[in-house]
Write a protein that binds this ligand. Sequence first.
Ligand code: FES
Ligand code: FES
Length: 190
Amino acid sequence: MLHLDENFPLPSYQKFRPTVRQTSVNSISTLYNMHVKKDTIEIQVNGHSHTLNIDRSTTLLTTLRNELGLYAAKYGCGLKQCGACTVIVGGEAIQSCSLTLDEIQGREITTLEGLSEDDALMSAFIAHDAGQCGYCIPGMIMAATSLLAWNDEPNENEIRRALERNLCRCGAHPRILAAIRSLSKNKDEA
Ligand code: FES
Ligand code: FES
């Protein structure tokens, strides 16, 4: 019989190596499920009602992506700094990374997936080639959709202010601005 230690002796330092228990992803999620209190929560997204059994402190962004399979809103900074996660909550453009389910109870949520396929703003972004990698675009479109719903004739300054919390790492801001301006009834410079 082959004896590992005799035939292939381990270097002395390895003989005293402590046994490391492997932790699988499954056991982590089992532990999580055992220790996190879950509630039944109903949320309204894109005109549909969803009932979830979930920790009410879960962020809206995590819920959209992990529970509902809505991947348009992106995780960028997680700190309300970049706007990649922007969705519309009760008519207002808000960063979904910093909102918990507790905070959105009873409010209608709209994500990019909830806009129509021939949405005028999406068409304007395409026509103006407004984007490069595309990571920021869903957040930009939702911020601009919210603005145009309140004010259909924003001037350039008003558009800039509405999008000041949305960062485009590719530097496509001029084309994004042009796309939104093309839909404004106000063509003044400021
Ligand atoms: S990921 Fe939400 S603001 Fe950056
Ligand atoms: S197009 Fe790449 S981050 Fe805006």
